[in-house]
Ligand binder design. Structure first.
Ligand SMILES: [Zn+2]
Length: 430
């Protein structure tokens, strides 16, 4: 089993910075020791971190691997996920996975895909055909026919394909859909109780009846599979959490009561507000005018959401990172996934250590992996960063600052000075 030591590093362990500089020892795929040890750990490979920051690899928790420069306008033309034939979408997805890994992400969680792409990505990585982060594969997005923004394509185009959606009617069809998707490899089921997020529809428009919602969640949990809900309106968020949804995506109208309920139920929360920021600048108002939506999301509502995201994080809600990357405004590109972090710190006012915990400890926990922390026994999914992310979280955006990436103990990127590798005796490790 290969043994590696990364020494002379500052450590952010997933929750906090450890004092001074120290070392991390890795044996096989695990961290076996952390701290200033000169003991009898004989490493095959020594890496001098030279004062850089070692932290857990990050997890991005709302991932659409096959989105490629999706334009908002095209939502209204055809179902998302039918832009290209499935083979092309898979190539895009494989590329996104590599991009995520090389951006310092050792985990991704799917948030609805077409053509069973997520489960196939997992198969391809298990067989060593492609490289990428660990993945929690998602289903298609379950919804009912004619649910506003989610099902806007002319009916004759819809006959061709549902893309990344699967439209169901009645509890039996939803139950069947969950079981089918699980059989095809989904480990998290995506549902759309509401549309919204940046662009609003009247709140009385719902994707699910109460019965459909209950049955869908129950069917997933009976297969030990999680449920994530695209849910933006207050009463619907509340209901989803009460019924046992594991992840609230977007959650624009969270409030104090919902924050309390999320904490009580251990619900994860993906605010994904970076996308809204970018869309507001580009398309929001045109979108409303073009499609005659009658409930505009106001500036006030936007800033109220941001205030509540900050409050939720401070109160202890398990907030995680992630967004709709692959949209034209936030494309899959090296470093792109880390741009949301300085946004939450600088524009929303969340402390950098909290945002780093979203991206590491919380994300890995939702991923269901024993990673996301630097501690003995954890998987060695690690990144070595030039700079101090706790003080300048934006340093993660430039992938040149990510000098070393380790996935399960395997080094997948290393630009640390070659001179410092393997030339130092154990006595130097202190
Ligand atoms: Zn999404």
């Amino acid at each position: 089993m290969s043994r590696k030591t990364i020494f002379n590093v500052e450590i952010f362990d997933g929750e906090k910075s450890l004092p001074g500089r120290s070392s991390v020892h890795v044996s096989g795929d695990r961290i076996v020791a952390v701290g200033n040890t000169t003991g009898d750990f004989a490493a095959d490979e020594l890496i001098d971190g030279n004062g850089m920051t070692l932290m857990p690899g990050m997890t991005t928790c709302h991932f659409h691997a096959e989105f490629a420069y999706l334009k908002v306008e095209t939502y209204f033309d055809h179902a998302v996920g039918t832009e290209r034939p499935p083979g092309m979408l898979m190539l895009v997805a494989a590329n996104s996975m590599k991009t995520a890994l090389m951006s310092g992400y050792t985990g991704v969680i799917g948030a609805a895909c077409s053509a069973q792409i997520d489960p196939q990505l997992k198969m391809a990585m298990n067989e060593g055909i492609i490289i990428g982060p660990r993945i929690l594969p998602c289903s298609r997005g379950l919804d009912s026919p004619g649910h506003g923004l989610n099902d806007p394509a002319p009916w004759w185009k819809k006959m061709m394909a549902e893309g990344s959606f699967r439209f169901c009617d009645g509890p039996d069809e939803f139950r069947r859909a969950v079981r089918d998707e699980v059989r095809m490899g989904a480990e998290i089921i995506k549902i759309f109780p509401t549309t919204g997020h940046g662009a609003e529809e009247p709140h009385n428009i719902k994707g699910f009846t109460d019965d459909e919602l209950r049955v869908t969640i129950e069917a997933a949990h009976q297969r030990n599979v999680k449920v994530r809900a695209h849910c933006c309106y207050r009463d619907d968020i509340f209901k989803c959490i009460e019924y046992g949804v594991d992840v609230i995506d977007h959650g624009d109208e969270i409030d104090d009561e919902i924050i309390e309920l999320m904490i009580r139920k251990g619900t994860y929360f993906v605010p994904s507000m970076y996308n809204v920021k970018m869309l507001r600048a580009q398309t929001q108002f045109n979108l409303h005018e073009a499609y005659d939506m009658n409930e505009r999301r106001t500036d006030d509502a936007y800033y109220t959401t941001l205030e509540n995201v900050k409050k939720a994080s401070r109160a202890g809600v398990k907030v995680v990172s992630g967004d709709d990357y692959g949209l034209e405004a936030i494309p899959h590109a090296l470093g792109e996934y880390s741009k949301e972090h300085p946004y939450y710190v600088d524009e929303v006012g969340v402390p950098a250590t909290e945002v780093l915990t979203w991206a590491t400890k919380n994300g890995a926990e939702l991923l269901g992996q024993n990673s996301g922390m630097i501690a003995v026994g954890k998987l060695a999914d690690l990144i070595l960063v030039e700079g101090r992310p706790t003080e300048d979280i934006g340093c993660l955006v430039d992938v040149n600052n990510i000098r070393l990436i380790m996935l399960g103990g395997d080094v997948v990127k290393n630009t640390v000075d070659e001179m410092s590798i393997g030339r130092v005796g154990l006595a130097a490790i202190s």
